[in-house]
Design a protein around this ligand. Sequence first.
Ligand code: ZN
Length: 265
Amino acid sequence: MRGGLARLDEEAHPWRTACAGPRCLPVKPASPETLALAGLGAALLDFALMAIIVFAGVDRYAPPQDLPWKPFSLEQPIGMATARKLASLADDPAACRAALTDGGLTFSEVPLREQGFCSTRDGVRITGGASLSPPGPLMTCGLALTYALWERQVAAPAAQIAFGQPLGRVDHYGTYACRTVYGREGARPSNHATANAVDIAGFRLVDGRRLTIASDFRDENAEGRFLRAVRDGACKLFGSTLSPDYNAAHADHLHLDRSRYRICR
Ligand SMILES: [Zn+2]
């Protein structure tokens, strides 16, 4: 009976009918625009819910070093977001120092001295927690943090894999030097002029074995492979990484700096 009334109403009105109890009321059909908007709204809601579920899964299970919103830690292996986190910490002196401390490093502050294009701004000396030899060279905080991560997450694991033992020391030729690039008159200031670069000469293993960039870098043995591997690992963290493969001026050291020039060679 109700179905018959509905059919009669449909004939009387070009609209659909909505029946409630004994009466059927005409209902205006939705326009194509309204239907399209409703469909779009439902699709957007589905998309938002899916995005929330995916984000929660990534946040929960992805390695923190791959996620830009997770805090930096010297204890974490290098990930997709590590270089970006280092860059932001290098621009934030307080956060950079907190990251050093959180990583178990101790350091002393270096008073500001400026002379022409040379400066010790943001300078620290690592006094514990790193294996640099000679110890405690002047570094910008950003360089110190990047170096510490490279030593812990690149050089130390590579030594363990290559030689089955930890690193004893990391020998360097220096960090701060008030000079232009290659010491040429009229050239741009070197990153060494602001203590933003370190020159790595080689490594000592705990059994006393010594590896040098000058003698071992090109060898096809474990020593050579180790030195090239730590150079390649540095490229993921530092601005410029220059090795004997770059030019003769770097035949005996790895130049690692925090410049904005990205060179890996
Ligand atoms: Zn250098």
